[in-house]
Design a protein around this ligand. Structure first.
Ligand code: AHR
Length: 323
């Protein structure tokens, strides 16, 4: 079974794939993909799935790794335009600063599909966006905490994603909305860990030092699992028990967080499917065939997983999917 088919089954997404309907053929099409980088396990999986999807559909995928820099993404997109590709996929590292290059793509009549993050740009500058509702992800994580602490006082430290990225902005907003009515819960510290494991650990070490060796922290909310895994290490290094002394809730549902949940060292994660390319290629196949206008925003599921959801099994189901 291919990575993509497994993902469709795991995430309950990409119904065309899981129901046995053939993926839309794009044989001979040249599609540029400006990827952000490799900051997280989730990002690695998205890259693997995109390559696999491209292969299955006969796409000649031109891949450009931007190493977390918007200037590299803009350069790559301009390169794709100069090559005259049939379409462009872009996972935009930050929300702002895209108008000019998207206008250039539009003038060249090259459709652009956004993957997993949004942009602050007029909607007519891109064909479609395939992403989760990141505010909902934050709300799901926050509501889990509200329900779990059940009225007890809880001071939260927050590890934010990349500054200026839509998941960092929206996941913060959603979590704050969820805890707004709970006067027992407050965010006492909030800093970026840039979606990486190493920065998540480093920032968590600072939070622990500043908060009475961690004794004053009830929970850590990380905008992705990789930062949560880094935070778990910092909590252990401080002589505390992650998952018990400090609750851990995060977003992505990567295999490593299920290992941590199974070990009682993390408590909850909200799933983000790495299969953004499947729906994006379907949209492009229809558009390139006869200019079928797709739905502008294709929203993926945001499912909560806890220790009650067979974390060892979830690990097994994901471990070979390219994370
Ligand atoms: O844009 C999606 C986010 O980017 C993922 O949650 C995170 O792991 C990645 O770096």
């Amino acid at each position: 079974m291919s990575i993509v088919t497994k993902l469709a089954l795991v995430a309950g997404l990409a119904t065309a794939l899981s129901s046995g309907v053939m993926a839309q053929d794009l044989t001979g099409k040249v599609i540029g993909f400006s990827q952000i980088g490799s900051e997280s396990g989730w990002r690695a999986a998205e890259t693997s799935v995109t390559r696999q999807q491209a292969e299955e559909r006969g796409v000649d995928l031109k891949f450009a790794d931007a190493q977390q820099k918007q200037e590299n993404q803009i350069k790559a997109i301009r390169g794709f335009i100069a090559q005259g590709v049939d379409a462009i996929l872009v996972a935009p590292v930050v929300a702002t600063g895209w108008d000019e290059v998207l206008t250039e793509a539009k003038e060249a009549e090259i459709p652009v599909v956004l993957l997993d993050r949004g942009v602050d740009a007029p909607e007519d500058l891109y064909l479609a966006s395939v992403a989760s509702d990141q505010v909902v992800e934050g709300r799901v994580a926050g509501q889990w905490l509200v329900d779990t602490v059940a009225g007890a006082d809880c001071k939260v430290v927050e590890l934010q994603g990349t500054v200026g990225s839509t998941p960092a902005i929206n996941r913060k907003q959603g979590f704050e909305e969820a805890i707004a009515g709970a006067s027992n819960i407050s965010i006492i510290r909030s800093q970026t860990g840039d979606f990486t494991r190493s920065k998540g650990k480093e920032v968590m070490e600072g939070f622990i030092k500043a908060e009475n060796g961690g004794a004053d922290i009830c929970a850590v909310y990380a905008h992705n699992d990789d930062m949560a895994v880094g935070a778990i290490q910092a909590i252990k290094d401080a002589g505390l028990k992650p998952g018990t002394d400090i609750l851990v809730v995060s977003i992505d549902a990567v295999p490593d967080i299920f290992t941590a949940i199974a070990a009682g060292e993390a408590n909850a994660t909200v799933e983000l499917t790495p299969n953004m390319a499947g729906p994006a290629f379907d949209v492009l196949a229809a558009y390139l065939a006869d200019r079928t206008e797709p739905e502008k925003f294709i929203i993926t599921e945001s499912k909560l997983y806890t220790a009650a959801d067979d974390p060892a099994g979830e690990y097994e189901r994901r471990k070979d999917l390219g994370y």
